[in-house]
Design a protein around this ligand. Structure first.
Ligand SMILES: NC(=O)C1=CN([C@@H]2O[C@H](COP(=O)(O)OP(=O)(O)OC[C@H]3O[C@@H](n4cnc5c(N)ncnc54)[C@H](OP(=O)(O)O)[C@@H]3O)[C@@H](O)[C@H]2O)[C@@H](O)CC1
Ligand SMILES: Nc1ncnc2c1ncn2[C@@H]1O[C@H](COP(=O)(O)OP(=O)(O)O)[C@@H](O)[C@H]1O
Ligand SMILES: [K+]
Length: 594
């Protein structure tokens, strides 16, 4: 059997990501060109059946290697597959996969979810077979599987209940080597409930119980293709997702990565020139831009002067000096020429102890800071600035000064908090910043909580559609944006259009205090270095570098684990600290130079 080629595996190129609406539009345009929709479904199922066979074989070989037993071919062993189908076209794919795998010698059982038994009776009648053209694609697929006597049963929840709180499940279906999820595809648009919710839970329980290979058709059922949202943790947990036609946006942001496993593309139809649906909603990035070497005849002034404004102590008690220190250390690690930190005097000693390369300024020396703003190449404001009225006034003063001086500005953390309050007051600063962003770089770096405040929404509303949220942020405030979190979104504007990217690197170890301060340091540090080209100084480059540094720290641990080195210095996801990052950032910068 030919091994299918995964065209996009391990690619370093950006991967185009699409919403379900775009996918439906692509299919529509394809069919309008005269291609047959059922033919496409057959093609999809045939290719997926081949993948399933090869992927299962690969898994068996790996298992044998790890068990240190020689893999021997078992000609009499019949592979078993359990295929769970819903009533839409995703289920149609499932029926046809059953048909093709049975042809390939597999023992097949289909679990039909949400069907009435009379639908199978109708399906079996010759009258229906003769009226094939009146059937939907999913019904035609069901016909084909039934006429080939593929074994099936209707899902009933009682078959899958817990048995006396014991992990033993009542399995009335056959156990399987491979489980295929064809319950919902891109048509899922609401929380699965009733029998559908029960089926998804039972599917996950069965695959866990059997330690089977789990393959999702197109997208794990329960995951929303356009947003990456999973409702109430109800979604199929896949080892592998066979993604049809084009990569879905939802596979790479929010919950997507936790449920999809490895994603394999089956493109099926060629890129249709002129079809606007092919213009991606976003692009997935996993590699950073190369950095050009420095000119020998240069000095520190050639690489910019970063001004960081933050690190305050409120009411003589609560201190946030660490935020400014982390930002400054990270900016320095990217190679910026000079750094001044305008922070509370209480932290000057600590700052100079950890970063003697930095210059200091009293955060509340208004004239001094305003003069520095004129000298700086880039201004970052907000990290540990404080949220009371006094700091709001400080924020307004320094932003106005940066606008007047025509400087690039990065606004993070407490700066975003003040910005949200100012837009409620319809303060003129919002309009001034927006106008400034038309000529100069202005970057905003909220996480979902901060974005919710800026948009006067609930966090859950932002989380439900992060793509819509970042677009709305740009519309309201202008400028370039990062919406932080797993699969951070980046929106950059040029004169002609918006570019949206999804960061495909980084890890959950980075969900720890201070990581955002590190990111703002990387952004400002790169932006200050005008010798670098536009891409190498861009916002997406900074987000990638930040994620790559986090991944480097964790991967280094995995490597050391494998070689049994001294483990006392290992850094893993748990316990990864923001203060570990500057050294890793410097390391990644070096790799990007090579
Ligand atoms: N077109 C083609 O030729 C090709 C298509 N292909 C395949 O088709 C898949 C898309 O198929 P699809 O549009 O039929 O949607 P699918 O995901 O099966 O859902 C079915 C229906 O479920 C419903 N529903 C939604 N949410 C629900 C919920 N929570 N709980 C309960 N019900 C819910 C909703 O219907 P509603 O109830 O809203 O009327 C929805 O329409 C695609 O992912 C790919 O696998 C490939 O074969 C390539 C060729
Ligand atoms: N699960 C994750 N996967 C990838 N990156 C993450 C994850 N969790 C957090 N991060 C990244 O770490 C940073 C955390 O920023 P933020 O929430 O502002 O932290 P803080 O306010 O403590 O500095 C962001 O860049 C975010 O994208
Ligand atoms: K599915």
């Amino acid at each position: 059997m030919p091994v299918p080629v995964n065209l996009l595996a391990n690619t370093t190129m950006p991967i185009a990501l699409h919403s379900s609406e775009q996918l439906y539009a692509m299919e529509k345009a394809w069919f309008a060109d005269g291609y047959d929709s059922f033919g496409l479904m057959k093609q999809a199922a045939w290719q997926m059946a081949q993948y399933i066979a090869v992927l299962y074989e690969q898994k068996s070989l790996k298992k044998c290697a790890s068990d240190k037993i020689e893999f021997c071919h078992r000609p009499t062993y019949q592979h078993r597959v359990s295929i769970w189908v819903g009533k839409g076209n995703n289920g149609g794919d499932g029926w046809l996969i059953a048909y093709y795998l049975q042809q390939m010698g597999w023992q097949v059982e289909v679990i039909a979810v949400g069907f009435d038994s009379h639908e199978f009776e109708i399906a079996n009648t010759t009258q229906c077979l003769n009226k094939e053209s009146a059937l939907s694609d999913a019904e035609k697929a069901l016909q084909i599987a039934l006429s080939a006597n593929c074994s099936y049963q209707c899902f009933e929840n009682s078959n899958y209940n817990d048995n006396n709180n014991n992990s033993e499940k009542l399995h009335k279906h056959q156990q399987a080597d491979v489980y295929v999820d064809a319950l919902f595809g891109i048509g899922l648009d609401r929380a699965p409930a009733g029998i559908h919710k029960q089926a998804i839970c039972a599917f996950n329980a069965a695959t866990q119980y059997d330690s089977a290979l789990t393959i999702a058709v197109d997208i794990p059922s329960g995951l929303v293709a356009s947003t990456g949202q999973v409702f109430d943790h109800i979604a199929v947990q896949a080892d592998i997702t066979l993604c049809l036609i084009a990569r879905k946006f939802g596979l790479h942001t929010k919950d997507g990565m936790d449920y999809s496993g490895e994603v394999i593309d089956i493109p099926l139809i060629p890129y249709q020139v002129g079809n606007t649906a092919f213009k991606p909603a976003a692009k997935l990035l996993r590699t950073a831009h190369h950095l050009s070497p420095r000119r020998q005849n240069s000095y520190k002034g050639s690489y910019g002067h970063v001004l960081i404004i933050g690190g305050n102590r409120i009411d003589g008690s609560q201190g946030m000096g660490g935020a400014a220190i982390l930002s400054a250390s990270s900016a320095m690690a990217t190679g910026t020429g000079k750094i001044t930190v305008a922070c509370h005097e209480a932290f000057h000693g600590a700052l100079l102890t950890s970063l003697p390369d930095a210059m200091t300024m009293n955060l509340h020396d208004t004239d001094g800071v305003k003069n520095l703003i004129k000298e700086a190449s880039v201004v970052a404001i907000g990290m540990g600035l404080g949220r009371d009225e006094k700091e709001k006034a400080v924020f307004i003063t320094y932003i106005e000064a940066a606008i007047a001086a025509g400087k690039p500005i990065i606004i993070d953390a407490d700066g975003l908090y003040h910005l949200a309050a100012l837009q409620l007051d319809e303060h003129q600063l919002i309009t001034q910043l927006k106008e400034h962003s038309a000529q100069h770089q202005v970057c905003f770096t909220p996480h979902s909580g901060e974005a919710a405040k800026l948009l006067n929404k609930k966090i859950s509303e932002v989380e439900a559609d992060r793509l819509a949220a970042i677009n709305q942020c740009t519309e309201n405030y202008g400028g370039d944006w990062v919406l932080k979190g797993a699969g951070s979104l980046i929106l950059e504007q040029d004169e002609a259009e918006h570019h949206v990217y999804v960061c495909g690197v980084g890890n959950a170890g980075m969900a720890s205090a201070g990581m955002g301060d590190v990111l703002s340091g990387v952004i400002v540090g790169l932006l200050a270095q005008q010798d670098l080209n536009e891409d190498a100084r861009s916002l997406h480059q900074a987000v990638l570098l930040h994620g790559l540094a986090g991944d480097f720290l964790v991967k280094q641990t995995e490597r050391l684990n494998m070689t049994n080195h001294n483990r006392s210095l290992l850094v893993g996801q748990r316990g990864l600290q923001a203060q570990d990052m500057p050294a890793a950032i410097r390391h990644v910068m070096q790799l990007l130079n090579e």
